[in-house]
Each structure stands twice: as C-alpha cells, then as structure tokens.
Design a protein around this ligand. Sequence first.
Ligand code: SF4
Length: 161
Amino acid sequence: MNETRTTCPYCGVGCGVVVSVEGEKVSVRGDERHPANFGRLCVKGSALGETTGLQGRLLHPVVDGQDVEWPQALSAAGERLREIIDTWGPQAVAFYASGQLLTEDYYAANKLMKGFIGAANIDTNSRLCMSSAVVGYKRAFGEDLVPCSYEDVENSDLVVL
Ligand code: SF4
C-alpha cells in the first residue's frame, strides 16, 4: 500500500489527510499528526476518496458530441463566446469561477473578463462559501475574523451555534 500525506483541497481549514492507494482503490483518512484537524475530517473531506474514480468524468474535450483535440475545443469555445459578445455585448457573459483557484489563476480570469471582454461579471464560489460566516462573525463579534481553533471548542464550557 502506498500512503501520501497531503491537504484536503476543499476549504480554508486545510485539514491534513492521508491518502492510501492499494491497486485501484483510493481511500482517505484524517492525518492524526496534522495540527489543523488531528485526524478528524468533515463529511466532505471524509468522502474525498470517492471522488477519485474515473467513472462519469469527462476525459477528453467533446464538441457537439464528438471527441476533439484541445485546440479545436478551445477554438469552438472562443468562437461561441465571440459570437455572444458581438451579438449581445460584454454584459451578456459572466464567469463563475472556482473557490480553489490560485492567485495567478484569479488574475488571469479577471484580466480576461475585465481587461479583454470589458465587463465586471466575475465571481467565485469563495463568496458564497464565506458570506454566511462573515455575516455571522460581524453580528456576533463586530468584525469578520475566524475567532478560535478546534482546541478552543474542546476546552469550552458552552458553545453557541
Ligand atoms: S475536511 Fe472539511 S473542514 Fe477539513 S479542509 Fe476538508 S472541507 Fe475543510
């Protein structure tokens, strides 16, 4: 069995996970040595192993139901985007990007939308993911901050959710 220590990719808690590969079977458990989670995982992290299968994944670019090479797929996407913008204007398109993009990826996506397409219609899952927490923190504590670690919860006499 091959084991790798890594980080859950889903949210900013950054839980440590141990990924085990045995033949084609991939399983994931919490990393007991990791300071963010001490072996625990939420339901999303616990199900990470189930996301590694190839069943149901799109493995090649497909245009109109046909497998194509990447250059053809990119041209088709670019042409359609151009067509929409020429017909309806830049406000007719929007990007909904991943919350897991790196800073450089965000820059490239924002540059494309704001610098080249000419609209400000870009947002990411990060806003939805954190907006409820931000509202809660502001109401409870007066500002947006992450107020405690998991150890604080264990040492608390009372936890209000
Ligand atoms: S296991 Fe859950 S809490 Fe931990 S990083 Fe992943 S999504 Fe976030």
